[in-house]
Design a protein around this ligand. Structure first.
Ligand code: DC
Length: 227
């Protein structure tokens, strides 16, 4: 009986990848690694440093030098992990609408992707990992044992993200979220380097009519095929 050692979950923003990734990793006793936090951390750091996001060279330099760490949660406030940038806790800052609005632009820069992909690959190749992102099955870990592409309609994804932000007390409209998701989908899937698309050997799961536990069941069934 051999369980898949490297599992990747890719898909568009707010399709439920993070929830599935965390649940699946907990079930298997694996490391859960959400690569989106790295692109968010670079975006947040650039905004805070006052670097305009269109300054590709400066933003890339930041990606090459910033020390991003993801550790077990230090607080019981709904977080799945702590995200630290040069030692500072930015777990919730990277979920703010300004970061949502800029992160696709930052993640389209080849130099930023190169810097972060190298770190992700190093972590992933250790195995016993569920790694979540946009290009994990296609570029970061093409040798993964199990690749899942989690999809959902833009309306369903907007509803989920809206609820998530409202629950945290962030004021934003459903229409603005929908617009932002559509813009991000467009940038993420048309960029030159590592565009969002399913790997040829990925299993596509549509989560539109599935809640979190049903999505987990579907993924568990894919894992059990290895046994
Ligand atoms: O999954 P997320 O919404 O936290 O991701 C934030 C952004 O980072 C998203 O717009 C696309 C980008 N991203 C990426 O390009 N590649 C990854 N492996 C993960 C995220």
């Amino acid at each position: 009986m051999t369980l898949p050692q490297i599992i990747t979950i890719d898909g568009p923003a707010a399709s439920g990848k993070s929830t599935l990734g965390k649940n699946l990793a907990d079930w298997l006793g694996y490391l859960y690694f959400d690569t989106g936090v790295m692109y968010r951390a670079v975006t947040w750091a650039a905004l805070r440093a006052g670097i305009p996001l269109e300054f590709e060279t400066e933003v890339t330099k930041l990606a090459e030098t910033i020390d991003i760490d993801v550790c077990p949660p230090s607080q019981n406030d709904g977080r799945a992990y702590d995200v630290l940038a040069d030692g500072e806790d930015i777990t919730w800052d990277i979920r703010r609408p300004e970061v949502d609005g800029g992160v696709s632009q930052v993640s389209a820069y080849p130099g930023v992707r190169q810097a972060l992909t190298a770190q992700q690959r190093r972590i992933g190749l250790r195995g016993k990992v569920v790694m979540v992102g946009r290009d994990i099955g296609t570029v970061v870990l093409p040798e993964a044992d199990l690749k899942i592409y989690l999809n959902a309609s833009v309306d369903e994804r907007a509803r989920r993200r809206y609820k998530e932000l409202c629950d945290r007390g962030v004021q934003v409209s459903l229409a603005a979220i929908r617009e932002n998701l559509m813009a991000r989908d467009r940038i993420d899937s048309t960029r030159q380097v590592a565009p969002l698309r399913p790997a040829p050997d990925a299993t596509i799961l549509d989560s539109d009519h599935l809640d979190a536990s049903q999505t987990l069941e579907a993924a568990k069934n894919l894992v059990k095929r290895f046994q």
